[in-house]
Design a protein around this ligand. Sequence first.
Ligand SMILES: [Zn+2]
Ligand SMILES: [Zn+2]
Length: 176
Amino acid sequence: MNYDTYASNAVELAIDLANVDRDVDAWPVDFLRAHDEWFSPGSAREFSPEESQAAGEIADLVRAVALAQTQPEVLDRLNALLSRARPEPYATDHDGELHLHYTPDEAPVLDQMTTTVAMGLSQVVTQHGWQRLGVCSAEGCEDVYVDTSRNASRRYCSNTCASRSTVAAYRARQKT
Ligand SMILES: [Zn+2]
Ligand SMILES: [Zn+2]
């Protein structure tokens, strides 16, 4: 999987959305600001309460795809996510490189987000396999990840979780 040349990094947006801590009331604004580059310059970086609710559902759908254990499950969940997307793609070189945007600049920011997430995730799944998605193996961490390693050997959401687990395993061995 040559991730650097992969047509879109949109799957990262999907993963970040699935891992958002939604106990924080201001999460939608924080999320939109932290991923500012994904949204058209003119669009408002906020959701109405209904849109926040919908965004949370999209996050749950992404997580559900990552947690799926079988291909039929993946298909069901991915299609549920895709049914929320409103793709209206166009090609652009606004940053100097020719690439696709999945929604027009004037689309509501929720549609921009939902569509980008759904398209990014489904491209990775259909091109690279749903086994590329997983949930962190570290104790106490439920974050999902996309495995971009060459040999598909990833088990943790982050280096932090990987080293924390290595240390814990080492300590457990010392005890026995
Ligand atoms: Zn762009
Ligand atoms: Zn983790």
